[in-house]
Design a protein around this ligand. Structure first.
Ligand code: ADP
Ligand code: MG
Length: 153
């Protein structure tokens, strides 16, 4: 389906997108966060988690070393960072399938386990631009339609 392209001129815009996505996502959704170091993947994951928690002060530690942090919220959310994933079969051991069965999975560095992530995943690519970042959302129509509605575009 058509990609959704959203200019993000500053950090506040990235945070707003995370909040909007929090309203659009449902249990069973996998959001793959793709982009270089410093692109804003963790900033977006943090704002999305805080919005689902309805708590601006929610601590969102980086899962760089643990590879996953799970949150028992209104909708359970698991935040993965696969940068240090060794063999891609490790994703199993991290409980990815169980996390997806009951909640939302946010995945930083999805390139490390592309073949294991659900084909129905929604990909959010964040790219550096002279004026901030550019976000591009792609995925099956069922997911992108819900996102368009929550973004009112
Ligand atoms: P990543 O997890 O992709 O490595 P982080 O979220 O840790 O990136 O860091 C992103 C950095 O870029 C933060 O310093 C944040 O304030 C900044 N940032 C986030 N979104 C934007 C934006 N749209 N424009 C400019 N700076 C941004
Ligand atoms: Mg990060």
């Amino acid at each position: 389906s058509r990609p959704i392209v959203i200019p993000l001129p500053d950090e506040a815009a990235t945070i707003q997108l995370g909040e909007d996505l929090a309203l659009a996502l449902r249990p069973g959704d996998c959001l793959a966060l793709s982009g270089d170091l410093g692109a804003g993947k963790s900033t977006l994951a943090r704002s999305l988690l805080r919005a689902v928690a309805d708590d601006d002060g929610l601590e969102v530690p980086s899962p760089t070393f643990t590879l996953v942090q799970s949150y028992g919220l209104r909708i359970p959310v698991s935040h993965f960072d696969l940068y240090r994933l060794g063999d891609s079969s490790e994703l199993d051991e991290l409980g990815f399938d169980e996390a997806l069965a009951s909640g939302i999975c946010l995945v930083e560095w999805p390139e490390m386990a592309h073949e294991l992530l659900p084909a129905s995943r929604i990909t959010l690519r964040l790219e550096h631009r002279a004026d901030g970042r550019l976000a591009t959302l792609t995925g099956p129509e069922a997911g992108t339609k819900r996102i368009r509605r929550s973004l009112a575009i």
